[in-house]
Design a protein around this ligand. Structure first.
Ligand code: CA
Length: 248
């Protein structure tokens, strides 16, 4: 874990502001959770910071065993999975996830630019692969493409009562009137509307809209939901006592 011969130096040298290379589209990643499984600490950290700057909520697992566990236990929108990992390698993690019928889109990071690696990545059930060293811009573009194809971020218009949400353009209208929401408020509303009819526990909202590692109180959700209700001036978000929230 000490030396990282395969780390793309260029990636680590990307200045912080370059992580916001396409800030216009940042909001379409709010509420999107990505799991990064990578044992090389510096690379994992660079990827995490970069994705967070784009608005993704990111968890990092430092080995295959933890990665497999998190990917099984938590609802992710995409997984970035390194092949070379201590413990269970990336191919086996990927194959095992698919065996367990977990269909989360997987972008696999292959160590070398070899056709065999890539073929194996796809054979084990990965959706796409990227050879190291890769550029950060390409990583984000591939991740977005992957989620557009198969993830929960497919562009849709969601309707509940008199509230209409356009997920790609991040627009919210109530009775045809535009309502300005913060990124968090929008992410909470979108998540509840995607789960329409279901009781969504506060903890689940925290985990989806914030990071898994966020250890704040669940009542941070209450604060945002009450602000959201004020702005919407619509009764679509029900409080379920002892449960969470539900959009009907
Ligand atoms: Ca590795």
């Amino acid at each position: 874990m000490a030396s990282c011969p395969g780390v793309p130096v260029g990636l680590l040298k990307v200045p912080e502001e370059n992580f916001r290379w396409n800030s216009g589209s940042r909001c379409d990643t709010v509420g999107v959770r990505v799991l990064v499984v990578e044992d090389e600490v510096r690379q994992a950290d660079a990827v995490r910071r970069g994705l967070e700057a784009e608005g993704f909520a990111v968890d990092v697992a430092g080995n295959g065993t933890d990665g497999l566990w998190l990917a099984t236990e938590q609802p992710y929108d995409a997984i970035i999975l390194d092949v070379m990992l201590p413990g269970i390698n990336g191919y086996r993690v990927c194959a095992e996830l698919r065996r367990r019928s977990i269909t989360t889109p997987i972008l696999m990071l292959t160590a070398k630019d070899g056709e065999l690696d890539e073929a194996e990545a796809l054979e084990t059930g990965a959706d796409d692969f990227l050879s190291k060293p890769f550029s950060y811009v390409v990583l984000v573009a591939r991740l977005r493409a992957l989620m557009r194809r198969g993830g929960s971020t497919q562009p849709v218009t969601l309707v509940a009562g008199n509230v209409e949400v356009e997920t790609t353009r991040r627009r919210c209208q109530v009775d045809g009137r535009e309502v300005n929401l913060t990124a968090r408020e929008f992410a909470i509303l979108e998540y509840l509307m995607r789960r329409r009819g279901e009781v969504v526990p506060k903890r689940e909202i925290v985990e989806h809209v914030w990071d898994f590692a966020y250890d704040g109180e669940d009542n941070v959700v209450e604060v945002h939901v009450s602000a959201l209700r004020r702005k919407l001036a619509s009764p679509i978000i029900e409080t379920i006592r002892g449960g969470g929230y539900r959009v009907q």
